[in-house]
Each structure stands twice: as structure tokens, then as C-alpha cells.
Design a protein around this ligand. Structure first.
Ligand SMILES: Nc1ncnc2c1ncn2[C@@H]1O[C@H](COP(=O)(O)OP(=O)(O)OP(=O)(O)O)[C@@H](O)[C@H]1O
Ligand SMILES: [Mg+2]
Length: 355
């Protein structure tokens, strides 16, 4: 099924050569997008004085739709003339209005993949909610979104509503006292994988900027693995206050942690790191909950934090229950087992640190 977001993504490929090569969505020229049973109609807005490039833009818009829509979907480009030379409305351009009532926006990052970022992000969100805070989590992993599975919200479809200026606003899902948003709710499994860089980047920003978060104490952003352009652009465009870095205790991971921290510390970004979370700090067998085995060494996390000059905010054990509860969509932080309480403690420390 084609969504309005898909169409906007496609339209972002149409640039106005007369206006600094900005795209037509950004320029507020997309007046309307209609999706019907058999097709798609896009209406472009032009100022009263006819734009000399109008024909070119209409043609490019047609071509972009044909390129991106399945062959069975008919597309049509209409035009409308707006009063002013410059349209007053921002059109469908993304703004920061939806984040206006969010107090703390925090990126959950790592240098390396698979260290448990999503596990920590989801559990931290639930733990903060347990402590009485208003919390949201945006899954920024467009390539492998894991929040739907980890929260048991897979297959759910967030509702939309028309915001001011006719811009479509997505309503987050609510479960366990947390507002969740993920690209996984919009794409079939694996579908997001084929997105190219700029498209993934835009989709990602929509997952954060076009969502009706409402008043929140914390909005956590589960960052995708890696430290590439997507990350830098995300940190630059979303007013993240700072980051929490997740790592595992192996010393080999130090260089990766440093890379993760540098994303936020580089001079173009310059945001503070609130602390390090050492995940899989020790192993505790299910049947012997009081035993701790330091299979990756005992104080790797502490040493790393010291070397990087940041606080060690928390240590989370490696326990089978954490993985199982993640797979089952029932975060362990909701329960009263020791591994769950480790997240509650972490949440308390973070909240304290941010006042
Ligand atoms: N403390 C833990 N104890 C047991 N299993 C864990 C723990 N932390 C994470 N896992 C498991 O490890 C796997 C990877 O975790 P997760 O998906 O959270 O990592 P990630 O850093 O978000 O990965 P990616 O880089 O792919 O986004 C998952 O199966 C998760 O359930
Ligand atoms: Mg992840």
C-alpha cells in the first residue's frame, strides 16, 4: 500500500533549480496529496505570477511518481495557484513544533552494533515510566527496527491526523505507559532495507518530527548501529540534548565506544555524553540468580568510562530473561526481578543527572 509518506519521499527528489536547488516539499510547493483506490494525485502550488520552471517541475514530479510507485498505481499531477508570491504556509515541510513540549531528548547510541542499544533503550523507557515520568521512544533504526518486536506492538498501525497547515501528524502507539514510534510500523519486514541513504534519512526524521509526542519528560532516540552520515545528520537536525552510550565490557570495544562518543563530541555537533551503560557486564544463570560470572572481565566498563572521561551510569547483567522478554515483547524493566530493577536504577540515575 502506498502511503503519503512514500509519496513525499518521492517528491523530495524533485528539486527547484531556481531556488537554490531545494526540493518541492521543503519549499512548501506540495499543496495536496490524495490517495484513492486506483491512484495518486499530487497538487503543486504555484504563485500567481507563473513560475517559469512550472512545466519542468510538473514533468519532474510526474517522473518521480512513476519511478517510485508500483506500475499498477496511476498518478496525476495537478496545479493550483496560490495568492502570494511566496506561499505563507510551510506546506508539508517538517518543523520542530512536535518537539516543543519535550523536555529532554536523549540519543541512545553505541559505536558498534549488537551491544544491546535497543534493549537498553526500550527498558530504560519502561523504567522511566515506572518512576512516573512521561516518556516516548523513537526507533531511529530504519534498517533494522526492533522496537515493535521488543514491545509487542508489531503489526500495529499508528493513526494519523491532520495537523495545522494540513500537515499529517502521526500518533504514537501507547503501551506500558510509553509512547512508541518506529519505521517498523510502516514498512513490511525487510522493506526498509532497500532504502537509499537520503530517503532513509528523511524517513527517520519524520519518525521523530512528524509525531504528536505531546508533553514528555524524556524522548529517547534508539540510534541505528554505526557512526555514519545518517547519524551525524540526525544529531544535527534533531535537538538532542545529549547521549547515553551503550557498550559491552570487552576491551576491544573501547575504540568503538570512542567512535560512538565522537559522533556527539565532534565540533559540528558538540553535545554532552550523559554516561555509559555497560551491558552484559556479567553473566547470571537463570537457575542461580545470586551468582555473577564476569566472562568479559570485571571492570571493563569502569575503565572505559574513566578513559573517556564520562560517568558509568549503570551496569546490566547478561541474563537469558532479558533476551527472552525482548523477544516476547514484555520488557524486563516492567517486572521485579533483579535484572529488571537494574534498569530502574539506571533510569533513576539518568533522571537525577538531568535534574
Ligand atoms: N543484557 C542482556 N542479556 C541478555 N540478552 C541481551 C542483553 N542485552 C541484549 N541482549 C540480546 O542481544 C541481542 C542484541 O540486542 P539489541 O538488539 O538490543 O542490540 P542493538 O545494539 O540494538 O543491536 P543493533 O546494533 O542491531 O541495533 C538481542 O537478542 C537482545 O535480546
Ligand atoms: Mg538496535
Amino acid at each position: 500500500m502506498v502511503t503519503k509518506e512514500d509519496i513525499l519521499q518521492a517528491l523530495r527528489e524533485v528539486h527547484h533549480p531556481g531556488k537554490g536547488d531545494r526540493d518541492i516539499v521543503d519549499l512548501g510547493m506540495v499543496h495536496d496529496v490524495e490517495i484513492t483506490e486506483g491512484g495518486v494525485a499530487v497538487t503543486l502550488a504555484f504563485p500567481k505570477r507563473r513560475d517559469p520552471l512550472a512545466e519542468y517541475l510538473i514533468g519532474s514530479t510526474r517522473a518521480a511518481l512513476v519511478r517510485h510507485l508500483p506500475g499498477s498505481v496511476k498518478s496525476e499531477v495537478k496545479t493550483v495557484v496560490v495568492e502570494d508570491e511566496k506561499p505563507k504556509k510551510k506546506g508539508l515541510e517538517l518543523g520542530l513544533e512536535q518537539l516543543a513540549e519535550v523536555r529532554h531528548i536523549i540519543g541512545i547510541a553505541s559505536g558498534k552494533g549488537g551491544v544491546g542499544k535497543s534493549t537498553v533503550a526500550v527498558n530504560l523507557a519502561c523504567a522511566l515510566a515506572r518512576l512516573g515520568y512521561r516518556v516516548g521512544l523513537a526507533d531511529a533504526d530504519v534498517y533494522g527496527p526492533s522496537v515493535p518486536v521488543m514491545t509487542g506492538t508489531e503489526g500495529a498501525t499508528p493513526a494519523g491526523e491532520a495537523g495545522e497547515d494540513g500537515q499529517e501528524i502521526i500518533l504514537p502507539l501507547e503501551k506500558y505507559g510509553v509512547k512508541w514510534m518506529s519505521i517498523g510500523y510502516f514498512a513490511a519486514r525487510g522493506q526498509a532495507l532497500i532504502w537509499r541513504g537520503p530517503m532513509a534519512c528523511n524517513a527517520l526524521k519524520q519518525m521523530i518530527l512528524q509525531v504528536k509526542w505531546g508533553p514528555l519528560d524524556f524522548l529517547l532516540i534508539d540510534m541505528p548501529p554505526g557512526t555514519g552520515d545518517i547519524h551525524i545528520s540526525l544529531v544535527q537536525d534533531i535537538p538532542m540534548e545529549g547521549a547515553v552510550i551503550v557498550t559491552t565490557p570487552q576491551t576491544v570495544a573501547l575504540a568503538d565506544v570512542e567512535k560512538g562518543a565522537d559522533m556527539f563530541r565532534n565540533e559540528n555537533v558538540n553535545r554532552p555524553i550523559f554516561g555509559l551503560v555497560e551491558n552484559m557486564a556479567w553473566f547470571t544463570p537463570e537457575e542461580h540468580p545470586d551468582e555473577k560470572y564476569y566472562i568479559f572481565g570485571k571492570d571493563g566498563g569502569e575503565r572505559m568510562a574513566r578513559e573517556l572521561g564520562i560517568d558509568l551510569l549503570g551496569r546490566i547483567p547478561l541474563v537469558q530473561g532479558i533476551r527472552e522478554s525482548g523477544d516476547a515483547g514484555e520488557p524486563v524493566a516492567l517486572g521485579s526481578r533483579p535484572d529488571g530493577l537494574a534498569f530502574v536504577e539506571l533510569a533513576g540515575k539518568l533522571a537525577e543527572k538531568l535534574g
